[in-house]
Design a protein around this ligand. Structure first.
Ligand code: INI
Length: 157
């Protein structure tokens, strides 16, 4: 049998930051609720969760990078909602947000979960914010828990 290393979902004693965009907050607020519920039900204490609000998706990686560099958090959860409009605006912001989050996670060594909705319609966003397609915020929180635990193991000699 090979040695298998994988993270569990226990959050006790770990600190998390949630970065949430205010744009389309009607949807993103549901993602925040899903993320908070998942963290708390996996043992994370209220006082170990920091919610950081930013104007929109474009600013999410900027705040995530600062939070990661602070050294305070074992993982960070990025939540925002991009809904396609009639112009290329959506593509530019979606590309920068995605790249920014990935780059920051790799360069800081802190796991940063991607809970950014990128949808064509409001209906698709609602489906992913706690209705028929689940809750992307809860999924991102679960990924953050797993990666925080995985990194803890990978840091051991
Ligand atoms: N921000 C979003 O989070 N979602 C969107 O759908 C969106 N649209 O469509 O414009 C959006 N724009 C704001 C952007 O993220 C920045 O906050 C703004 O450009 C200021 O830098």
């Amino acid at each position: 049998m090979p040695r298998v290393i994988e993270g569990n979902l226990l959050g006790t004693g770990k600190r998390f930051a949630i970065i949430a965009g205010r744009f389309n907050h009607f949807i993103t607020d549901r993602l925040v609720e899903g993320a908070l519920d998942t963290l708390v039900r996996h043992g994370v204490q209220d006082q170990d969760i920091t919610l950081i609000r930013v104007p929109g998706s474009f600013e999410v990686p900027m705040a995530a990078d600062r939070a990661a560099r602070s050294g305070r958090y074992q993982a960070i959860i990025c939540l925002s909602t991009l809904i396609r409009g009639d112009t290329p605006h959506f593509e530019y912001i979606a590309a920068e947000t995605t790249k920014g989050i990935a780059n920051s996670s790799l360069s800081t060594g802190v796991p940063i979960a991607f809970g950014v909705l990128t949808t064509d319609t409001i209906e698709q966003a609602i489906e992913r914010a706690g209705t028929k397609a689940g809750n992307k915020g809860a999924q991102a929180a679960s990924a953050a828990l797993e990666m925080a635990n995985l990194y803890e193991q990978l840091n051991q000699p």
